[in-house]
Design a protein around this ligand. Sequence first.
Ligand SMILES: Cc1cc2nc3c(=O)[nH]c(=O)nc-3n(C[C@H](O)[C@H](O)[C@H](O)COP(=O)(O)O)c2cc1C
Length: 183
Amino acid sequence: MNLVTFGASYSVTSINRAWAAAVGKRILELTGKEGNIHSLDLNKYDLPLYTVEREAQIGLPEPAKWFVDDLAQADLIVVSLAEYNGSYTAGFKNLFDWASRVELKFFQNKPVVVTSTAPGPRGGLTVLQTAADRFPRHGASQVVVGPALPGFKTHFDLASGRLTSDEWQQALDQSLQPLLESI
Ligand SMILES: Cc1cc2nc3c(=O)[nH]c(=O)nc-3n(C[C@H](O)[C@H](O)[C@H](O)COP(=O)(O)O)c2cc1C
């Protein structure tokens, strides 16, 4: 099983990238299946700000096509949403807009696990709900909603890539049940 994971952020030190990869690892553990995790760094997809005039001028940039091609390699996609001011980060929304011009249904009929994390107490819950509502319109065959993990530094150990909280481990495992029943 090929998992593609990414944090919806252009931060070089994105906590959501680390969290998405950890969720991917947990899915493989729970299924007991062999698999590969390809953790995308959005900085690979360097894109100008989307405008309709720019698209008319330059067409569809290669990095937007690479993103859609990289998603095509997945059997399962894990996205962890970073939240800026209650919404998507501008960088991810820009990539999202370009990708939707390459292929409106850019998730290409694959199951998508959506989750989020933040240093703060809501863990990015607002943007998580936005994405959970929106992603089926972009070709996610199934959207499995994982936790909005708050207090990232308190509940997650970056060195081991693991949760340090039993409560959040249970919340994650429980949220993945619908996925485990369908794959
Ligand atoms: C401009 C800006 C706005 C932010 N707004 C929110 C917010 O609305 N909710 C939240 O939980 N965290 C907010 N944060 C904190 C982010 O959750 C934090 O920077 C987190 O590390 C972003 O995820 P990333 O490391 O994956 O990029 C904001 C951070 C910045 C820089």
